[in-house]
Design a protein around this ligand. Sequence first.
Ligand code: MN
Ligand code: MN
Length: 287
Amino acid sequence: MDQWIKAGKIGAEVLNYAKSIAKPGIQLLELAEKIEKKTAELGAKPAFPVNLSLNHIAAHYTPLPNDPTVYKEEDILKIDIGCHLDGHISDTALTVGNNTELIKASQDALKAAMKLATPGTELREIGKAIQEAIKSHGFSPIRNLSGHQIEKYDLHAGMIIPNFDNGDDNELEEGQIIAIEPFATTGQGKVTEGKPSTIYRLLQTRPVRDPTTKKILQHIEKEFSTLPFCKRDVIRKYPTANFSLNILERQEIIKNYAQLIEETKGLVSQAEHTVLVKDKPVILTKC
Ligand code: MN
Ligand code: MN
């Protein structure tokens, strides 16, 4: 259990730090690099590339290697961070911006849901609590995004933690680790796939002919195993990796995740903690 607790503490510290430097005017690339540096300083590795998603992008945006995007005064920015220690993962997120009511909606939903992270709670009850909290602020939950169970080296393991009452009467069990992540939106509450994110994951290994691509594939296997990584991670070591990443993607050796966009272009806020299911739930990523 120690490693899970430690990974949670580091995740909380990194997110706290990210919040402190995420001021309007900062370039997303600078923010991402500082977050990655902090994660390394604290002795952890990223469990996935930091997601810095603006406005109607709900998730799966990470800066490109030369990304000029700046977080502006009028924007709402979701910062979603994953850390791991030998595969013990923590996953935590918050939202910054001046749309305080929308931000509070996802925070309140998370609070209500975390109280229910006890053995015997039906998953639908968590979804219901999230839905009600978000509705009480006049917004909608995003129904096709959800929290998830976490296991060693497996960020999305088994159970789905719904953001609405989806009728799932499966029950939480003592000792499970779950990420609860309500998304609140001014839109209708559904995400759809947008442009490629350049966040990738290894699907399978297969022989490749091109020597550089072969080397890059070996690097991916060794460095990230089954966990997601991004173009920036690879370009840092192999500046000409674009070509190889395209080959690997075409051969379905790696998958390029799509950005997730709120279908009606509603603004989106997110709050997330990693929680240990217990009679008195333990918030592992508590700041
Ligand atoms: Mn997350
Ligand atoms: Mn998550």
